[in-house]
Design a protein around this ligand. Structure first.
Ligand SMILES: Cc1cc2nc3c(=O)[nH]c(=O)nc-3n(C[C@H](O)[C@H](O)[C@H](O)COP(=O)(O)OP(=O)(O)OC[C@H]3O[C@@H](n4cnc5c(N)ncnc54)[C@H](O)[C@@H]3O)c2cc1C
Length: 425
């Protein structure tokens, strides 16, 4: 068993880990990233990034690389309710707010994550792939001072002033710290794959909410579309054994979707993940911090996980730099605690919106009513999409007036069976 040392060890080289490593290395901190995977590696994801993610990509100096790699540009989101009502929110049409860009970007994770990790290396971070962290190392006071790593046949202990858990949904760092918690609400599973040749792929992402889950569809560049089927765990029997047949069958049973797949061909394996209702009590412990999915998982419906990972990294890095330079353990703890406070301030509005959207998705009559309101009032749809696009403050859709207008059809006595409306443009 050999020993490795760095000022900061980051467990996980996905968007959260790579961006944290980049910002720390840029600030002159000695950083080591450990990832159990070999890159390029895939990750079940709908692969869409909000317009505001482009601001951080630009700040990291990779926005043009992402675009040159063939990312698709998405003008907004089109959402169809179980009753067939469709509303379309467009970023460029939000009243009173402008995003960093008027479009979101979508790119295969096999490409995006490689670009981000390479950027961290260029800035000076050391990356070790195929390096699986198995446990945390503590000192006599309980403070985290390192990790145990398995690299092939070799086992090491790696020591650091701070360990960052950027190791995703089932974060070992979060679990070993006793910080992982399960969110209440419906537990869902996701199946993600790619097709070419789907009919009618437009300039916006699509979400189709069904009575038994939801279906996402988006251009991810190069003529390829990302397809995601998300179902409650109770409806996912058979998904684990033969995920491809599960997806085929799910699509075949939707008359509004199936014809569009008549000439389509699947071009990647079906990846399954979930359940994903996870969060953490807090995102720090003495000697450690959490970022990205390891800290909190956003429901995939809103497509905000990558932005949250990048933004979380941007918030965390200065606090870690302060913790590393701190003269005493108490000062280091104070810096990490300050990160957690900032994170809660930054994301709590979004968590509320996420809970609201999650409730609507889990309860079809509510989704039908909200979709009807948003189809009748396109400006409300643009605002909602602007919030999920990360450039409109969450408070805009949490205001009593907005929420009241959202449920207005119900107050006026409209039933979910009201004939379908469409504001597709
Ligand atoms: C179905 C689905 C659809 C989604 N769609 C979108 C979308 O359209 N847009 C969006 O923004 N977000 C979406 N998300 C969320 C998004 O995928 C995540 O929020 C994002 O990947 C979080 O990045 P991360 O760096 O925190 O974690 P990850 O990307 O999961 O990276 C974690 C890394 O840690 C490594 N790791 C794990 N354990 C260990 C260990 N023990 N030792 C060493 N390394 C380890 C892994 O190999 C991995 O590389 C979706 C998620 C799902 C499930």
């Amino acid at each position: 068993m050999s020993s490795i040392r760095a000022q900061v060890i980051i467990v996980g080289g996905g968007p959260a880990g790579a961006a944290t490593a980049y910002y720390l290395a840029r600030a002159g901190v000695d950083v080591l990233v450990l990832d159990r995977a070999r890159f390029p590696r895939d990750k079940p994801c709908s692969e869409y990034m909000s317009p505001q993610a482009s601001r951080i990509l630009d700040d990291m100096g990779v926005l043009s690389r992402v675009e040159q790699a063939g990312a698709a540009h998405l003008a907004g989101m089109r959402v169809r309710s179980p009753a067939g009502t469709t509303f379309h929110g467009r970023y460029a049409e939000v009243e009173g707010y402008r995003g960093f860009r008027d479009r979101g970007l979508a790119l295969r994770r096999t490409i995006l994550d490689g670009i981000l990790l390479a950027r961290a290396q260029e800035a000076g971070a050391v990356v070790r792939e195929n390096a699986r962290v198995t446990s945390l190392v503590h000192d006599a006071t309980g403070r985290v001072v390192g990790v145990d790593v398995v690299e092939g046949e070799a086992r090491h202990t790696a020591h650091a002033s701070i360990v960052v858990g950027a190791d995703g949904l089932r974060s070992i760092v979060s679990r070993r710290l006793g910080l992982a918690t399960t969110r209440r609400g419906q537990r869902r599973l996701a199946l993600v794959t790619h097709y070419v040749g789907i009919e009618g792929i437009g300039d916006s992402g699509e979400m189709h909410v069904e009575r038994d889950g939801y279906f996402g569809l988006a251009d991810v560049g190069g003529g390829v579309s990302n397809v995601a089927v998300v179902v409650p765990r109770s409806r996912a029997r058979g998904a684990a054994g033969d995920p491809a047949s599960f997806v085929d069958d799910w699509i075949r049973r939707r008359p509004h979707i199936a014809p569009r797949f008549a000439r389509a061909m699947r071009v990647s394996p079906v990846l399954a993940t979930g359940p994903f209702a996870s969060a953490s009590h807090r995102a720090w412990a003495p000697g450690a911090a959490l970022v990205g999915d390891a800290a909190d998982f956003f429901d995939p419906f809103t497509g905000e996980g990558i932005y949250a990972a990048l933004r979380g990294a941007e918030l965390l890095a200065p606090h870690i730099a302060a913790a590393v330079a701190a003269p005493a353990a108490a000062d280091s703890d104070a810096a990490l605690k300050a990160y957690d406070r900032e994170r809660v301030r930054e994301f709590s509005g979004k968590w509320a919106v996420e809970r609201l959207i999650g409730a609507a998705v889990s309860f079809p009559p509510l989704m039908n009513i909200a979709a009807r309101s948003l189809a009748l009032r396109p400006s409300m749809a643009h605002t909602m999409v602007g919030v999920t696009g990360d450039f409109v403050p969450a408070r805009e859709v949490l205001r009593a007036g907005y929420l009241l207008r959202l449920v207005m059809p119900w107050l006026l006595g409209a039933t979910p069976a009201t004939p379908a409306l469409t504001n597709t443009e």
